[in-house]
Ligand binder design. Structure first.
Ligand SMILES: Cc1ncc(C[n+]2csc(CCOP(=O)(O)OP(=O)(O)O)c2C)c(N)n1
Length: 336
């Protein structure tokens, strides 16, 4: 597929920048809070991978669907999820987007098509494909995006969902975030062949992009989402990127001095930072001035501070809901 003819408008570039900075500052704060012991559970951060969620989600509306992973804060925010409600959820509070019952790995907002982060590696593949099947039956032009990792690409469910989505020409976009690691294992030790090649035998249009270049991701997604909306069926995008933080924050306590990657490799990828790359382009082209980008950063830091204050001030989750929210019937009654 050729993607060179597509480019976002100048105002959209600033929006892409702002969304990436929002995710970065949120994740940095969560890292600090996690290390300080303020959070009730583990957090898996998306620092370094922001361009993937943001470049793809720029083509989606609230009506479209997205499924996510255990590393899901970036997908949630990129798809338009509410920052305060996400933070309250991570803090386990009633004001959380799932009333504090899900926590970091289950942030979801059905009203915005955010079908949930998910602690089961690969589970989002089947959920997104099911959502796309529903959209196809309804014929309403909605699409579904599935974000998943290189580790998830080795799960059998990928084969099932590639098959059925190609067979039925479903409006689904598979977005593999190849960040080179599954937990503490380098991808090369567990993944045979090229991940994008898994989709090709199904006749699926496939793109391999620099996942740290938000414009490259944006262009690939423009084609894939456009095709899906027009009834042209599924596409597969492999975005090559890197997880700058550990698999989860505070992993050093588990590793107890053990190492699974070299600092030089992390530094090499820091030099390809997606936010700095877009920032340099904005400055070089005159689309933004340094003072404007600094101002944007300051405003986002204030939003993150306010979201943390909101989360901290919230009420602890209601344990009574643990069972009632388990079953659809009960949930409907609760909502009524
Ligand atoms: C079905 C399943 N198997 C194993 C795990 C344990 N686990 C949690 S995260 C993870 C690695 C996932 O790697 P990847 O899909 O590449 O995502 P990344 O963490 O790199 O974003 C594993 C194996 C799990 N949660 N679910």
């Amino acid at each position: 597929m050729s993607t060179t003819e597509l480019a976002p408008a100048a105002a959209d570039l600033l929006d892409l920048y702002e969304r990436m900075v929002l995710i970065r500052r949120t994740e940095e704060r969560l890292s600090a809070e996690s290390m300080a012991g303020s959070l009730p559970g583990a957090v898996h951060l998306y620092i370094g991978e922001e361009a993937v969620a943001v470049g793809v989600s720029a083509h989606l509306s609230d009506r479209d669907y997205a499924t996510s992973t255990h590393r899901g804060h970036g997908h949630f925010l990129a798809k338009g999820g509410d920052l305060n409600a996400m933070m309250a959820e991570i803090w386990g509070k009633r004001e959380g987007i799932c009333r504090g019952m899900g926590g970091s790995m289950h942030v979801a907002d059905i009203s915005k098509g955010i079908l949930g982060a998910n602690g089961i590696v690969g589970a989002g593949l089947a959920i997104a494909t099911g959502a796309a099947y529903g959209a196809k039956l309804d014929g309403d032009g909605k699409v579904a995006v599935c974000f998943f990792g290189d580790g998830a690409s080795n799960q059998g469910v990928l084969m099932e969902t590639l098959n059925v989505s190609a067979l039925w020409q479903l409006p689904v976009i598979f977005v593999c975030e190849n960040n080179l690691f599954s937990e503490f294992t380098p991808s090369r030790e567990v993944t045979a062949g090229r991940i994008a090649d898994r989709a090709r035998p199904f006749g699926m249009p496939t793109l391999e992009v620099d996942g740290n270049d938000v414009l490259a991701v944006w262009q690939a997604a423009a084609q894939a989402v456009g095709r899906a909306r027009a009834g042209g069926g599924p596409s597969f995008i492999e975005a090559r990127t890197y997880r700058i933080q550990g698999h989860f924050e505070a992993e050093s306590f588990v590793l107890a001095g053990g190492r699974y990657r070299e600092s030089a490799e992390i530094e090499e990828w820091r030099a390809r930072d997606p936010i700095e790359r877009l920032g340099s382009r904005l400055l070089a082209s005159g689309a933004a001035h340094a003072a404007a980008l600094d101002g944007l950063d300051a405003r986002i830091r204030e939003r993150v501070d306010a979201a943390v204050a909101f989360a901290e001030a919230g009420q602890p989750a209601d344990p009574e809901l643990a069972l009632t929210l388990m079953f659809a019937e009960e949930f409907d009654r609760e909502e009524a």
